[in-house]
Design a binder for this molecule. Structure first.
Ligand code: ATP
Ligand code: MG
Length: 289
């Protein structure tokens, strides 16, 4: 068991997020490698409140699935930092791999989609809305398998009721659904709140990620266009012509359209998508190699 920061030796920086730094560390006693995410709660005036950090810790402690990045320990340091000791994902994030590889074959994308769907099925089954599915929050292990990470803006239904302030703070709304970026127009009225449409929002985000894996850049606006907030929100809410590559298979096209249905009440459910032919292909390899 890891209970102390002094048990861990920092080897390298794996990533910088809005909330903190992620290090590659080794556990001295067992010689095992982990990823350590440190959230500096005090002088992070920016976006991380104690409440948000505690929520992330609470979620990570509950979650145990092969489709979610495992968290082995959570503790506070004397300096007031919150530490997450996580499974080290050797392949880095899908964001980084996409930048290097450009795009992926449909077989690989099918494998990514299936694993994210299963991860979401697990989370939603526990009444957890991830809320921030995007390439930098999907991590890849040494086998080339994708897992969901980063519960910084997630919500447990019935838990701390502080819906989606996160989007504006955490940089981008690029992967957020229409009902999330403009809930007044798209949520369907006062009868619905984030705990109703949040689950479908995770499906939308997956659709954007999947399409990005195929076209090789953020897919809802043109490559040269300036992705300012207004352009993004317009593209998400009103953009009609999806740039799906001509070479894409009919199954891919249908899968992406099912995820990117603007009306969340008509959007594909996880069950429907898990039964979709696009994620039920028999392929020789659907991992990222
Ligand atoms: P953001 O707000 O930008 O999403 P964050 O502060 O919430 O960032 P994370 O998303 O958890 O932090 O991690 C930031 C980056 O660190 C990831 O995109 C990834 O590159 C790297 N990283 C995080 N966790 C791991 C891990 N377990 N193994 C390997 N790399 C990791
Ligand atoms: Mg992140």
């Amino acid at each position: 068991d890891i209970e102390n920061l002094s048990d861990l030796k920092k080897l390298a920086v794996l990533g910088l997020g809005n909330g903190g730094v992620v290090y590659k560390v080794s556990h001295q006693k067992t010689n095992s490698i982990y990823a350590l995410k440190l959230l500096r709660l005090d002088h992070n005036a920016a976006f991380i409140s104690h409440q948000a950090a505690a929520r992330e810790a609470e979620i990570l402690k509950r979650v145990d699935s092969q489709f979610i990045v495992k968290c082995h320990a959570v503790f506070y340091t004397l300096e007031g930092e919150l530490c997450f000791v996580m499974e080290h994902m050797e392949g880095g994030s899908l964001f980084d791999v996409l930048r290097v590889r450009g795009k992926f074959s449909e077989d690989v994308i099918s494998g990514i989609a299936l694993r994210v769907l299963k991860g979401l099925q697990y989370l939603h089954g526990m009444q957890i809305i991830h809320g921030d599915i995007k390439p930098s929050n999907l991590l890849i292990n040494a086998k080339g398998e994708v897992k969901i990470a980063d519960f910084g803006v997630s919500r447990i239904v019935g838990g701390t009721p502080a819906p989606c302030e996160a989007c504006m703070g955490t940089g981008t709304c690029a992967y957020m659904s229409p009902e999330r970026v403009d809930s007044e127009r798209w949520s369907g009225g006062a009868d619905y709140d984030y705990y109703d449409y949040g689950f479908a929002g995770d499906v939308w985000s997956l659709g954007v990620v999947i399409l990005e894996c195929s076209v090789g850049h953020y897919p809802l606006i043109g490559m040269g266009e300036k992705p300012d907030l207004v352009a993004l929100i317009c593209a998400i809410c009103f953009g009609e012509t999806l740039e799906i590559p001509e070479t894409a298979s009919p199954e891919f096209r249908s899968f992406v359209k099912t995820c990117l249905e603007k009306d969340w009440r008509k959007r594909g459910s996880l069950d429907k998508l898990l039964a979709h032919p696009f994620v039920n292909r028999t392929t020789s390899s659907n991992v990222i190699i």
